[in-house]
Design a protein around this ligand. Structure first.
Ligand code: HEM
Length: 491
């Protein structure tokens, strides 16, 4: 790790017991105050030009990279979509924060507010979430945030006893299906099977519901969730379909909830009926109304858990299956050495240093939720590695993790996938700069911050996913279109 100064304490490996250290703040800097470079351009024209660069001519990564180069600064003013013509109430002006030090201001709840900024100044209609603002849109100053966050942490804690067995039985089903397809075909796409696995697994663990109770949700619940997610996120996400069609049809207006209302209502009804116990606990133990509990549960299941993992797990599998560096052999050796004669458990994967590092490195280079926002609660000084900038109350900070996690001041060879980057003492210290969960991997999710409550569950589940794979197979091969082309069963 490069010698930079931040107040974050060195990391320890993740554990299911929440660490006790405080969420940390960026160190005050003595660097010179600099005017924030960049700007917003002419009204209407500036935002449109930036929007076209973002979605069409450059794409998000190049969009931010080019502006860092142009302004010679990781902090600058720019516009981000959505914008004109039918997003007139949305202010596209942001201050981009694109290095580890400036980005970490987004974790300091004393200086940034997180009300309604999950995907920027634009907020999908509350119709998508049962006419209420669910946890991810609540600021820490709102009493409901604390109640729902505690509820979400309680759900995770309770489910930890069935977590591993539920995951492995769903993995059995997924790999059996893929193998039977491979026996009659040259390749077997894993994209749908993995979504089915994720949906079924989280439904059981988070809601306590069994999909077999509803043939319709078992068959199409994950598709209902996909459509519901897509409609909320379309205005802010580059899809990669033929331009200008994408700009005209997908990024110019918000799609109405009515298109997915039937699926959403079915999901909500399923949660209410089959997740009775979880719903009751939300009401009696956490002081939430029935409606708040149900719609937060749908959001946690469908958006936070299913949405996040549907991006992350296929990326992880592709990284393993397309690797040409010999990493499969090393992962397999570690998995087998640490689980010889025993079943998989949280404890067994906590001992797998390389598997954990591989998972962390995948998250570093492919953060599943790449953008984070926060609105200044007050005027304050924001530090990057080399400068200090004046931020005014009400300004919106926008962090793009894909670049932040490649900060050359923190990570050696930042663009390279280094499987063992997070091993040994030096690697563990780097965990303080791994931000995929909207907080450092060494941080503690709590009701007073906005870090993902499943921070450790997600990484340990990914480790279990890898460990399961190398207990079952000696090797697997994937193509670049999301399909398995060969598996060699464990001898
Ligand atoms: C791979 C899977 C996951 C990823 C990538 C992920 C990522 C994130 C991120 C980045 C945030 C912060 C969003 C923001 O404010 O910018 C977040 C928040 C949240 N996540 Fe996760 N998450 C995942 C799984 C889960 C699971 C399994 C749960 C189940 C409890 C969960 C529950 C939540 C909740 C309730 C919040 C809101 C926290 C708050 O408002 O304080 N997430 N997640």
């Amino acid at each position: 790790m490069k010698a930079i100064k931040m107040t974050m304490s060195p990391g320890t490996p993740s554990s299911l017991t929440p660490p006790t250290q405080q969420q940390t703040k960026p160190a005050p800097s003595t660097a010179p105050i600099r005017t924030i470079p960049g700007g917003y351009g002419w009204p209407v024209l500036g935002p449109i030009s930036d929007r076209l660069d973002y979605f069409w001519f450059q794409g998000p990564e190049t969009f931010f990279r080019k502006r860092i180069e142009k302004h010679k600064s990781t902090v600058f003013r720019t516009n981000v979509p959505p914008t004109f013509p039918f997003f007139s109430g949305v202010n596209p002006n942001v201050v981009a924060v694109l290095d580890c030090k400036s980005f970490s201001h987004l974790f300091d709840m004393e200086i940034v507010e997180k009300k309604n900024v999950l995907v920027g100044d634009f907020m999908p209609s509350v119709k998508f979430t049962g006419d209420l603002r669910v946890c991810a849109y609540l600021d820490t100053s709102e009493p409901q945030h604390s109640k729902v966050k505690k509820f979400s942490m309680d759900i995770l804690k309770r489910s930890s006893t069935i977590w591993v067995s539920t995951l492995t039985s769903n993995l059995d089903t997924m790999w059996d299906t893929l193998e039977s397809k491979l026996s009659v075909s040259d390749s077997a796409s894993y994209l749908v099977p993995i979504q089915k696995l994720i949906f079924s697994f989280f439904t059981r663990c988070l809601i306590g519901a069994d999909l077999s109770a509803s043939p319709e949700i078992a068959k199409s619940g994950y598709v209902m969730a996909d459509l519901w997610l897509a409609l909320q996120l379309l205005p802010t996400v580059k899809i990669g379909v033929l331009q200008p069609l994408e700009e005209i049809f997908l990024h110019s207006y918000a799609y109405p909830f009515a298109l997915v209302s039937s699926g959403y209502k079915k999901l909500a009804k399923f949660v209410e009926e089959q997740g009775k116990e979880a719903v009751e606990r939300g009401v009696t133990e956490f002081g939430l109304s029935r409606e708040e509990t149900i719609h937060n549960l749908v959001f946690i299941l469908g958006f936070n858990a299913y949405g996040g993992a549907s991006i992350f797990l296929p990326t992880l599998l592709a990284k393993i299956g397309t690797d040409k560096t010999g990493i499969q052999e090393k992962l397999r050796e570690e998995v087998r050495a640490k689980t010889a004669g025993s079943t998989l458990s949280f404890d067994s994967v906590k001992d797998m240093e390389l598997v954990q590092s591989f998972v962390y490195e995948t998250l570093r280079l492919n953060p599943p939720v790449p953008l984070q926002y926060g609105r200044a609660r007050k005027d304050f000084l924001l530090s990057s590695h080399d400068s200090v900038y004046e931020i005014k109350k009400g300004e919106l900070l926008c962090g793009f993790q894909t670049l932040v996690m490649r900060d050359p001041n923190v990570f050696d060879d930042p663009e390279e996938f280094v499987s063992d980057r997070f091993t040994k003492q030096k690697g563990r210290e780097l965990l303080s700069y791994l931000y995929w969960s909207n907080g450092p991997q060494t941080g503690s999710p709590s009701e007073s911050n906005k870090q993902c409550p499943a921070k450790d569950y997600v990484t340990l589940t990914a480790c279990l996913f890898v460990a399961y794979l190398f207990r079952r197979y000696d090797s697997i091969t994937c193509n670049s279109s999301g399909a398995i082309t060969a598996v060699v069963k464990a001898k």
